[in-house]
Every structure is written in C-alpha cells, then in structure tokens.
Write a protein that binds this ligand. Structure first.
Ligand code: FAD
Ligand code: SF4
Ligand code: SF4
Ligand code: SF4
Length: 369
C-alpha cells in the first residue's frame, strides 16, 4: 500500500485515492495545506493497485513534441479573458460543440480551487484563466472515466501531474479522450491562498458576497504587465494590483509556497503523455514580432497524433505559426525541470500558523525572475 515517507514523492494527483477498490485511502491536508493520501490499514486488502497507479512510482520518459506553434485565438474578447493566447477556450468550445465534456480548474463558492467539469459553453468562463493554487482534483478521474465509457468526447485539462495521474488511473487509451496540460511553474499551497484571501478581504474591506470572479492574470495593463484582480458580479474591477506588487504572486513566483514535489517535478517535457501542452509564449515575439500585440500569445506543443489532428482542424480559428521547440524550451521556465528552491520555504511554512501572512510574505520574498 501507498505510504508517503518523503513529501517530494507525492504530487497530490489522487490517482491512488480514486483507484483504491476498498475506498480506504483518505486525502488529508498537512500543516502546509497540501493534500496527501493516508491509508486505513485495517480496511486495506494489500492489492497493490495504489502503487501500480501512482504516476511518480511509475514515471514516463521524456519525449520531444511532434510540432510547436505560436498561436493566437482570433476571438479577441475570449483571448482578453484568458491568461495567454486563449488556446484553452478554443479547444473547450470545440469539444462542447461536439457534445463533449470539459474538465478543468475552477473556484468553488468559498474561492478554493477545485477540479470540475462542464458540458455547457456558457459555463466555460469558470474554467478560463490560470488559478495559481493547487486544485483539488476530487473524483474527476472517476467521473471522466464514466463519460468516456459512455462514448462522450472528453477534454481533460490540468497540470502535467494531473494528466499523468489520469492516464495511470485509466490504464488504457480512449479514442474519445483529449488531454491538455499547462506548462507548470509549480502549484502554491491552498492554505496560504485562503489565509491570503482572508487578509486581503479584511484589509480592503471586500465583502465575499460581492465577488464575481478572481483573476490572477487580468490584462487591462497588457499581457506582460498583468494584474491580480477581483471583479464584482457586474464584471467591474473592485480590486487590482500589478502582479509584481501583489503579495500572493510574489510568494508564488519566488517559489516560496510551492508543493514539495514541484521542486523535483517528474512530469515535464513530454513525461505527462498529454496530447497537447499549452503555455505562455513569452519571447514568441523574438521569432514572430508581427504577432506581438501585448494581448497574449499561446505556445502550443503537439505531443501526439490525436493532438496533431485536433490542432490542425482548429487552425482556421487561429493565427498560428510553427516555431522551434528549442526556442520555446529556452524561453519557458515552466517547461524546464528544476525549480529554484527558495531557501526560506521551510521557515515560512513553520511560521505560517504563528505570524501574520502579510508580514511573513514580505519578510521572505525575493523575486528571482
Ligand atoms: C499552476 C500553474 C502554473 C503555470 N506555470 C506556467 C509557466 O511557468 N509558464 C507558462 O508558460 N505557463 C504556465 N502556466 C500556464 C498558463 O498560465 C496558462 O494557463 C496557459 O498558457 C493556458 O492559457 P490559455 O490562454 O490557453 O487559457 P486560460 O483560459 O488562461 O487557461 C485555462 C486552463 O488552465 C487550467 N488551469 C487553471 N488553473 C489551474 C490549476 N490550478 N490547476 C490545473 N489547471 C489549471 C484550466 O483547467 C484550463 O485548462 C501555468 C498554469 C498554472 C495553472
Ligand atoms: S493496497 Fe489496495 S486496498 Fe490497500 S490502499 Fe492500496 S489500493 Fe487500497
Ligand atoms: S502522487 Fe498521486 S498516486 Fe502517487 S501517492 Fe501521491 S496522490 Fe497517490
Ligand atoms: S511542477 Fe510538476 S509536480 Fe508541481 S504541479 Fe506542476 S506538474 Fe505537478
């Protein structure tokens, strides 16, 4: 049975939890706010399925993509609401138009980040935009498998480790499944996110009931100088701060609050086995200056034949140029394997329950980009 001795050996994908035939693995938060599996040994029948399903214990090899593209979704309104070039929304709309179902990260009513799904194009706004917090995957793999078995087209999106967890959980290929991962810098602690939000709401006198949505990548100052922002239900901005000044973004980008497994990530550069990888194409303008309008360029890595077919079928909706994988890799930190470990990470988390979050983040952040 699964036993986590070193926290770096668990990415929190919950494949083991969802696979266990006796439902005897509980997912519990540790003192840093990250979920880990804990087995109820009395109920365990020692079948070993949890170990066989774990994507860290059964990791894949690296592989180069078939093709790499700089891409911009032609729908300007949607691109503006998206973090990069709007690639997720194009893929999701296409699957829904074909009667399919889309899985991705969204907020729940208390502004926790969770995985969920939709079959409605009108609901896609909930999944749009990067949420820089580890999303609780819940029972998404089990639900996705049911849709797949009932012949629905399924688009499953998430971090590379979530996609790898899904693939290990399913343990077979489904023609009707498309998997898309995001290039991943790492995921911040849900506990730090909750503490930060409570601090922000109190300091800015924001009433939770007034909030319509929270944006980590609001683009009114452009794609590069993006803001952290909160809007009300009429889509009016009620709080906005450049990401370089926002405390939560500082803590995220200086690698202070990431899950331990992110510092030794096993899922980048093709290891997740996703069909497509989507990212920000920072420095895409070095190759194609004509597409740089500071509104967002997606980098799309095509990793499989299925991904290639889908991407080519959507090209009329895109401004799309081929690019060099090597250039993309060099300019995208999220695609690279080793994250810089912030030397203050441990002391930060040890102090989390004792000190004020504002003081703590200010004390321990040094932005490294
Ligand atoms: C935690 C995290 C770290 C990232 N790090 C990098 C990076 O270092 N470099 C880089 O180029 N790009 C990174 N990205 C990806 C980038 O921010 C965009 O999400 C991506 O380019 C897609 O943009 P879009 O315009 O196509 O769609 P958008 O609408 O902006 O993105 C929505 C997509 O992101 C997924 N998503 C959002 N939040 C989460 C979450 N918490 N967990 C899992 N999936 C989520 C949704 O399920 C959906 O598929 C990261 C994303 C996340 C979530
Ligand atoms: S060994 Fe089998 S029963 Fe025991 S925790 Fe793992 S999956 Fe569950
Ligand atoms: S990485 Fe996923 S499957 Fe492996 S132990 Fe952690 S939660 Fe379970
Ligand atoms: S950095 Fe790696 S381990 Fe961390 S969330 Fe991203 S894919 Fe998962």
């Amino acid at each position: 049975m699964i036993q986590i001795i070193n926290k770096k050996d668990c990415c929190g994908c919950a494949a083991c939890v969802q696979r266990c035939p006796k439902k005897c693995i509980n997912f519990k938060s540790d003192s840093e706010g990250f979920l880990y599996p804990i087995v109820d040994a009395d109920k365990c029948i020692k079948c070993g399925l949890c170990i066989k399903t774990c994507p860290i214990l059964n990791s894949n090899n690296k592989k180069d993509p078939i093709a790499a593209y700089a891409a911009i979704y032609k729908n300007e309104t949607i691109r503006n609401e998206s973090s990069s070039g709007g690639m997720f929304s194009l893929l999701a709309t296409n699957i829904i138009n074909e009667g399919g179902v889309v899985f991705g990260a969204t907020f729940d009513k208390a502004w926790n980040v969770i995985h969920s799904y939709t079959q409605s194009a009108a609901e896609l706004w909930r999944f749009r935009g990067s949420k820089y917090v580890q999303s609780d995957i819940k029972e998404s793999y089990i639900i996705a498998k049911n849709f797949l078995k009932n012949n629905y087209k399924v688009l499953f999106t998430g971090t590379p480790c979530q996609i790898s967890g899904l693939k290990h959980f399913l343990n077979k290929d489904y023609e009707n499944l498309i998997t898309v991962d995001v290039s991943c810098h790492g995921v911040p602690s849900p506990k730090v996110w909750t503490q930060y939000l409570n601090y922000l709401f109190f300091k800015q006198k924001i009433n939770k009931q007034d909030i319509g949505n929270i944006y980590f990548r609001e683009k009114s100052n452009g794609w590069i100088c993006y803001n952290f922002a909160i809007k009300n239900s009429k889509e009016e901005i009620i709080y906005k701060e450049p990401h370089t000044e926002n405390l939560f973004m500082k803590a995220f980008l200086s690698n202070l609050i990431l899950r331990p497994s992110c510092y030794v990530c096993q899922f980048k550069q093709g290891k997740s086995n996703s069909d497509l990888t989507i990212a920000d194409y920072w420095k895409g303008w070095e190759v194609y200056p004509q597409i740089h309008d500071n509104k967002g360029i997606s980098l799309v890595l095509v990793n499989s034949k299925k991904g290639n077919l889908l991407y080519n079928s959507l090209k009329t909706e895109l401004i799309s140029f081929t690019t060099e994988y090597k250039h993309a890799l060099k300019t995208n930190h999220g695609l690279q394997e080793i994250e810089y470990t912030n030397k203050y990470r441990d002391i930060f988390f040890k102090s989390l329950d004792k000190e004020n979050i504002e003081k703590l983040i200010k004390k321990y952040t040094k932005i490294q980009w």
